[in-house]
Design a protein around this ligand. Structure first.
Ligand code: IPM
Ligand code: MN
Length: 370
């Protein structure tokens, strides 16, 4: 069946390993388009250090308009070591990422933590603790301390950032998380620091209020310090987790170790309009250009793009199965390998990318023919 609708995908590959991993994300999307007769058009835009080099700005106007005109956005990574030890830099690559999230109103960042059976041994945590874990984080993405008032004193000896949340900001992400929980196991954990912070007390009261609309969902509150501990003590207790911007940033890096590597974690940032899909990992400058990066998080982000932006569940599931099949065959990237991994099974970015495409191709063309 031919699908006449043209879907535009903005691609912001960004910095470091960003271009290498988005290359494979695009390949997967193109393969899916071919298999299902969809029409995807890709438009590239600059962001981060790459954009600063060319235009002086981490997020040029042109990129914003490409994104606003697209049906979905695939992003690689943003960041450059040059700025990390230079607190005086006024223009920074990360500003591009924060700005695009804000400009596009992408207030909900979904970060699923799943276990691939064949990778149970790749985590530093015990198999019996991990087995069966399936968590969906909802990280608030356009508020909190990332966007609060900040200032440095005139003498340069003091600085502050503020964490602030409005009821409206908490309500909309809470609704989204509860709706997801209704379709999953019906449990929500809301994470805050309400024993200390006023913004957390408002967060908690607002979550409680919205929870009344969902009597079929069980709500638990957890302090963020306890959550950091519970996440590795017993990750299976969690279903949907909802939390603020900075707590979510930190907890999802921690949670990546449950699935074995940050190189496996995809994310979807959703709001009112176009959605943005990006791996959770950063630009990894130490391995950039070395054919070492794991493209799986980006390919899985492309799967989330298919699911959330285009409502293509079947297509998304095929991409995800292709990844787990390649892992089942025993292939690993460096980040997933340990001392027991057979050296011959450790592949570079391009080699594992090709393996995934081969499996994807066979699945797609089999399912179309039948
Ligand atoms: C992430 C990243 C970003 C964040 C950085 C690069 C600004 O760590 O997406 O998790 O803190 O949100
Ligand atoms: Mn992060």
């Amino acid at each position: 069946m031919s699908d006449p609708q043209i879907r535009r995908i903005a691609v912001l590959s960004g910095d470091g390993i960003g271009p290498e991993v988005t290359f494979w994300g695009i390949k997967a999307l193109k393969m899916v388009a071919k298999g299902f007769n969809h029409q995807f058009i890709f438009e590239k835009g600059l962001i981060g250090h790459a954009a600063i080099e060319e235009t002086g700005k981490p997020l040029p106007e042109e990129t914003i308009s490409i994104c606003k005109g697209a049906h979905a956005i695939l992003l690689g990574a943003v960041g450059h070591p040059k700025y990390d030890n230079d607190p005086s830099a006024k223009v920074r690559p990360e500003q591009g990422l924060l700005k695009i999230r804000k400009e596009l109103g992408l207030y909900a960042n979904l970060r699923p933590i799943k276990i691939f059976e064949s990778l149970l041994g790749a985590s530093s945590l015990k198999e019996e603790i991990l087995k069966g874990t399936d968590i969906l984080f909802y990280r608030e993405l356009t508020g909190g301390i990332y966007f609060g008032k900040r200032e440095k004193s005139l003498d340069g000896k003091t600085a502050y950032d503020t964490m602030s949340y409005s009821e409206m900001e908490v309500e909309r992400i809470t609704r989204m998380a509860f709706e997801a929980a209704q379709k999953r196991n019906g449990i929500v954990h809301s994470v805050d620091k309400a024993n200390v912070l006023d913004s957390s007390r408002l967060w908690r009261a607002t979550v409680n209020k919205i929870a009344n609309e969902y009597p079929d969902v069980q709500l638990n509150h957890m302090f963020v310090d306890n959550m950091a501990m519970q996440l590795i003590r017993d990750p299976k207790q969690f279903d949907v987790v909802i939390t603020g911007n900075m707590f979510g940033d930190i907890l999802t890096d921690e949670a990546s170790q449950i699935s074995g590597s940050l190189g496996l974690l995809p994310s979807a940032s959703l709001g009112k309009h176009v959605g943005l899909f990006e791996p959770v990992h950063g630009s990894a400058p130490d391995i950039a250009g070395k054919n070492k990066a794991n493209p799986m998080a980006t390919i899985l982000s492309a799967a989330m793009l298919l699911r959330h932006a285009f409502d293509m569940e079947e297509e998304a599931a095929i991409v995800e199965t292709a990844i787990s099949d390649v892992l089942n065959k025993g292939y690993r990237t460096t980040d997933l390998a340990n001392e027991n991994t057979d050296q011959e099974m450790i592949l570079g970015t391009d080699q594992i990318g090709n393996q995934i495409m081969e499996v994807l191709e066979s699945k797609l063309f089999q399912s179309v023919v039948i």
